[in-house]
Design a protein around this ligand. Structure first.
Ligand SMILES: CC(=O)N[C@H]1[C@@H](OP(=O)(O)OP(=O)(O)OC[C@H]2O[C@@H](n3ccc(=O)[nH]c3=O)[C@H](O)[C@@H]2O)O[C@H](CO)[C@@H](O)[C@@H]1O
Ligand SMILES: C=C(OP(=O)(O)O)C(=O)O
Length: 433
């Protein structure tokens, strides 16, 4: 277990170049297994989920050259072997599920461990994925502690309509469809920036896709896929995180941002807490005139509200970061997680800082912000963005705080502590067995 120890109270100042989005990098890595041609990926972050996938590639016999200093990854999956009895796909990360379609395409079989749940956000269903495998002609059966998925011959193109716009199920559909002969159509597809980025990679290796970024995606599959070179975009989660860190500490943080068109709703959400975001010449900056303050709605008898749901709604993974702002800002705000039913249970940890937060039901939480806070030792659940939210509160509170079990941050944010130090934070990792 690794803990983050921070001496808070210093306003963060400086510039950050964000890393790539883990939730774009991981499906792309899985998709690389669809081609036998060499590939070069640029801007690959040094995060633990990436290391786990690269380890799997090495056990399959792929040629993997990862230069962590430059973020350049050369991959060549030309002579691979797979043994469902012995190979284990990485656990505790959701993206393992997206290794299934390329394994089916290569070996006709894949074995998925039960613990591919990723962050502990409540129920994370596997059934929508199983439905996709079935639709393409896969057979799914229970094995001890895992699922075995098989297919005879090629997957079959099909049309499918999802119950809800699931990110990884959409990506799995596109992966299956790329290998299936003919045209497949997915309705109620997810459209997050990382799903779009993944689709752009698929197009680069030769998959013909229509409707990326919309709720209906059409894939013309079955063609021989090629190699190539692909550079990852900047991560909107990391951009938002550092802007929020600047705002909560009363500092001045500027973050490189090449896609401000993804930010109008995120910017308006910052504004609800008194933070103005500006985008200029490829950089974004957070500015607060005075202490954080929750905006008062014009409608009477309602709370200022942040409502997270599948894109283009406010992104659910950013909700904890804004809960931290809510705790600091004078006034009351309602946070509504429409995606997960178990993502707010950590609110009790905030009270250790002296914050007043009330979880009204599994999906909703109210912050009564602006209380004076004191440093604290808190325990993070296995949720990347909650470890960050707890850190944000600690960083804005003068004195020594400790975020125990902050390791999940390493799943998504490379060089997190180094970045923070460059902004003036006194912070370090401590470990215990
Ligand atoms: C590797 C990766 O990309 N992980 C992301 C991906 O996970 P993932 O693809 O697992 O998330 P899904 O979009 O499938 O949603 C997760 C769960 O939320 C529930 N659900 C979701 C949407 C909905 O309209 N109704 C509903 O009930 C379901 O129980 C579902 O199992 O998308 C999530 C939602 O943006 C993010 O939190 C994760 O960081
Ligand atoms: C929840 C997340 O990831 P995963 O789905 O891999 O757990 C996340 O990236 O915030």
């Amino acid at each position: 277990m690794s803990n983050l120890v921070v001496h808070g109270g210093t306003p963060l100042r400086g510039r950050i170049i964000p890393s790539a989005n883990k939730n774009a990098v991981l499906p792309v890595l899985c998709a690389t297994l669809l081609t036998n041609e060499p590939l070069r990926l640029l801007g690959v972050p040094d995060i633990t989920d990436v290391r786990k996938i690269l380890d799997i590639f090495r056990t399959l016999g792929s040629d993997v050259q990862m230069d962590h200093a430059t973020g350049t990854l050369d991959l060549h999956h030309h002579a691979t072997t797979f043994d469902a009895a012995h190979h284990r796909l990485p656990e505790e990360m959701r993206s393992s599920i997206m290794l299934v379609p390329p394994l089916l395409a290569r070996f006709g079989v894949a074995r998925l461990e039960d613990n591919v749940k990723g962050c502990t956000l409540g129920v994370r269903e596997i059934d929508p994925h199983v439905e996709v495998f079935h639709r393409f002609g896969g057979r799914v059966e229970r094995a001890e502690g895992s699922l075995l998925i098989r297919c005879e011959g090629r997957l079959q193109a099909n049309h499918h309509w999802l119950d809800y716009a699931s990110v990884t199920t959409t990506e799995n559909f596109v992966l299956c469809a790329a290998t299936a002969e003919g045209t497949s159509v997915l309705t109620n597809a997810a459209s997050e920036p990382h799903v779009q980025e993944f689709c752009r990679f698929m197009a680069l290796i030769g998959v013909r896709i229509e409707g990326m970024g919309t709720s209906r995606i059409t894939v013309h599959g079955g063609t021989q896929l090629r190699g190539g070179e692909f550079r990852f975009d900047e991560d909107f989660h990391e951009i938002t995180t550092f802007l929020a860190l600047g705002a909560i500490t009363g500092g001045d943080v500027v973050v490189k941002n090449s896609a401000p068109e993804n930010f109008p709703l995120i910017d308006r959400t910052f504004a609800k807490f008194g933070v103005t975001i500006t985008h200029e010449d490829g950089w974004s900056r957070a500015h607060c005139a005075g202490p954080l303050k929750v905006q008062t709605p014009f409608t009477s008898n309602v709370l200022t509200k942040v409502e997270a749901a599948p894109w283009p709604y406010f992104p659910v993974d950013l909700l904890p970061i804004f809960i931290a702002l809510g705790v600091r800002a004078q006034g009351n705000a309602l946070f509504w997680n429409k995606v997960y039913d178990g993502a707010l249970g950590w609110a009790g940890e905030l009270s250790k800082f002296g914050a007043h937060v009330f979880q009204s039901d599994p999906h909703r939480l109210v912050t009564f912000g602006g209380n004076p806070l004191t440093p604290a030792v808190v325990e993070s659940p296995y949720i990347i963005r909650v470890a960050i939210a707890l850190f944000m509160v600690a960083a804005s509170t003068p004195g020594r705080s400790e975020i125990r079990n902050a390791t999940p941050i390493r799943r998504a944010h490379p060089h997190f502590v180094e970045n923070l130090r460059s902004l003036g934070v006194q912070v370090e990792w401590t470990s215990e067995e």
